[in-house]
Design a protein around this ligand. Sequence first.
Ligand code: CA
Length: 228
Amino acid sequence: MKKVLILEDEVSIRSFVVINLKRAGYDTIEAGTGAEALERLKENPDIGVAILDIMLPDIDGFEVCRSIRATNKSIGIIMLTARTQEMDKVTGLMTGADDYVTKPFSPAELTARIDALYRRIGGDGGQDAELLSHGPFVLNTRNRTLEKNGVRIRLTQVEYAIMKLFMHNPGRALSREEILTTVWGRDYDGELKIVDVNIRRLRLKIEDDTANPVYITTDWGYGYKWGI
Ligand code: CA
C-alpha cells in the first residue's frame, strides 16, 4: 500500500487529511512535531510522500524538509503553506520540497497532488531504461541517476524529471508551460513559478558557475533550453 506521512500539529486538520487519504486508498502515518516526523520516517523507510506543515511547535517544516532531503532524495515532499505566506512556497521549494498546497485546501486537491507525485516516483519502468548522455552528463533512466564527469549528482524526483525532459530535447527551447505539463502533469493547476524555482535549484547542482549557466540557458520570456 502507498504510504503517506502527515506532519501537522493541529489535530483537527491532521485527522481531516488522514480520513480523506485513507478513503483514497493510502496508508497514513501521523506526526505532530518535526522530531516525531523524522522518527516516523526512520521507522517507515517505505513512505513515498511526506506532507509537511510549516508552523510547528518544535522545528519548522522547512527544517524538517531539509533534514529529510539530506538523506533521502527520492521521497516526494509537499509543503502545507498559509495563503498569506507567498514566500513560503519559494522557501519550501528551495529547501527541497516538490510541491505545495495552500491552506485551506480541498481533500480532492491534496489527493490529486499526492497521486501526481506517486506517478512520478514510480514513473519509469525497467523496459524503457536508457542512457542519455550530453557533454559531461550521463542520465540513467533505469536507476534514475545523473552523473557529471562520473560523479553522481543527487536529484529530487522533480529535478530528475526535468533533466530527463531536457536530455530528450537537446538544443530545443522548451516553454515553461511545456515543462510544467510534462513534469507535473496535465491536471496540475499550480503556478509557472514552480518551474523557475526548480530550474534555479537544478542549476545549483549541475552548473559550474550558477551566475553564468551554460547547460540550462534561459530563453527570455519563453522558457529554458538544454545544451550549449
Ligand atoms: Ca501548524
